[in-house]
Design a protein around this ligand. Structure first.
Ligand SMILES: C[S@@+](CC[C@H](N)C(=O)[O-])C[C@H]1O[C@@H](n2cnc3c(N)ncnc32)[C@H](O)[C@@H]1O
Length: 343
């Protein structure tokens, strides 16, 4: 990820950037990038394809031209490389992220004052349920989340993890709350002798099975479980990526305890997450984005981005200790290796 430039922007510029993101969300929602994928179009053609009853499209297209998501040639709009990333066909994670942000997270941001005054989760104040209950009742919102989560993991993070994660002599791995298998699938492809088990909510089984079979994997399988009480026991390596930041401390301790109980005394656990760490500056890779990420996490979930010290305390309460912390080249990631305490 490019170095953050947020601190170079003044307040006016930061607010204008947020309007630009809302305009891109709207153009994506009314399928402008889908229409342009099939070829250049005039304003009249785009107005008619999107059933517009107002002249706002003209203005938003001009903005998208300035932002270089669209070009304009001889009165026709032409999709640009950045615009292509917002079309469904590109399968880029930016499209899913734009929808998750605008339709699921921003309503939580608007409830920030109530959250501040009552302590109630901001996402719940906006959507009546916390994130995983909400997704279990709204399959469309869950599909958008899965498109984003699998996309960001697969496209931006997996190459670094596959390169950096020390698998060592492990013969079996459990990826706890591993979604549809982005990480487990990539590791199973690289290490053919490694049995990789994805455990996540049963609702993710069909997407996971499709992913595993598209990769043609024999050494990867999905198990529908509740990570609070049913993690497959006795394996060599456990991973948990971008999960603990979704939960409050009490639930993080419950999840870590459930993993610790599944581990053998010589099993390893690697937590893969961002860290807000003043004590370990080497893990504090992109201070601006890790703080905006933390804000995002706090309005989206009951969790947050934590420090190494915080993880040390939570691990200790789950019967684990941190053996090492190493930064990743990828964004919002470090490898926090934990072992079970000896009794
Ligand atoms: C932020 S996503 C991370 C997915 C994956 N680890 C990745 O990095 O791509 C969190 C995952 O936790 C799963 N999850 C939430 N609550 C769960 C539960 N009680 N049992 C099993 N999985 C759960 C969700 O289904 C989701 O796939």
């Amino acid at each position: 990820m490019a170095k953050s430039i947020l601190s170079d922007l003044n307040c006016y510029e930061l607010i204008q950037a947020s309007y630009a993101a809302h305009a891109l969300h709207f153009l994506t929602k009314v399928k402008i990038f889908e229409f342009l994928v099939t070829g250049p179009k005039t304003l009249d053609e785009l107005n008619s394809l999107s059933n517009a009853q107002s002249d706002i499209l003209d203005d938003l297209l001009s903005l998208a031209v300035e932002l270089k998501f669209i070009h304009k040639n001889n009165e026709k709009y032409v999709i640009a490389r950045k615009g292509l990333q917002l079309s469904k066909a590109s399968k880029s994670w930016f499209r899913g992220y734009l929808f998750v942000w605008a339709e699921q997270i921003v309503p939580g941001v608007l409830k920030l004052e109530d959250h501040f005054l009552t302590g109630e989760n901001a996402f719940k104040l906006a959507h009546q349920d916390t994130i995983w209950d909400y997704y279990s009742k709204n399959s469309e919102a869950n599909e958008v989340f899965v498109e984003f989560m699998h996309g960001v993991t697969n496209q931006s993070l997996i190459p670094d993890i596959v390169d950096e994660l020390v698998v060592g002599s492990a013969r079996s791995l459990v990826d706890v709350a591993g979604g549809i298998g982005s990480l487990a699938g990539a590791l199973a492809s690289k290490y053919e002798e490694l049995l990789c088990i994805i455990c996540d909510q049963p609702a993710n089984k069909s997407n996971a099975d499709r992913h595993i079979s598209a990769l043609g994997l024999k050494n990867c399988q999905f198990m529908g479980v509740n990570i609070f009480d049913a993690i497959p026991a006795g394996h060599d390596l456990y991973t948990i990526k971008h999960v603990l930041h979704d939960w409050d401390d009490t639930n993080v301790i419950r999840i870590l305890t459930s993993i610790a109980e599944a581990m053998r005394p010589d099993s390893r656990l690697v937590i893969i997450e961002g860290l807000i760490d003043r004590e370990f500056p080497e893990t504090f890779d992109n201070p601006e984005f890790i703080h905006t990420r933390n804000f995002e996490q706090r309005v989206w979930t009951p969790g947050k981005v934590r420090s190494t010290k915080h993880f040390q305390s939570l691990c200790a309460q789950a019967g684990l200790h941190i053996e090492s912390v190493s930064p990743s080249r990828g964004f919002d990631m470090n490898y926090i290796e934990c072992h079970r305490n000896s009794n």
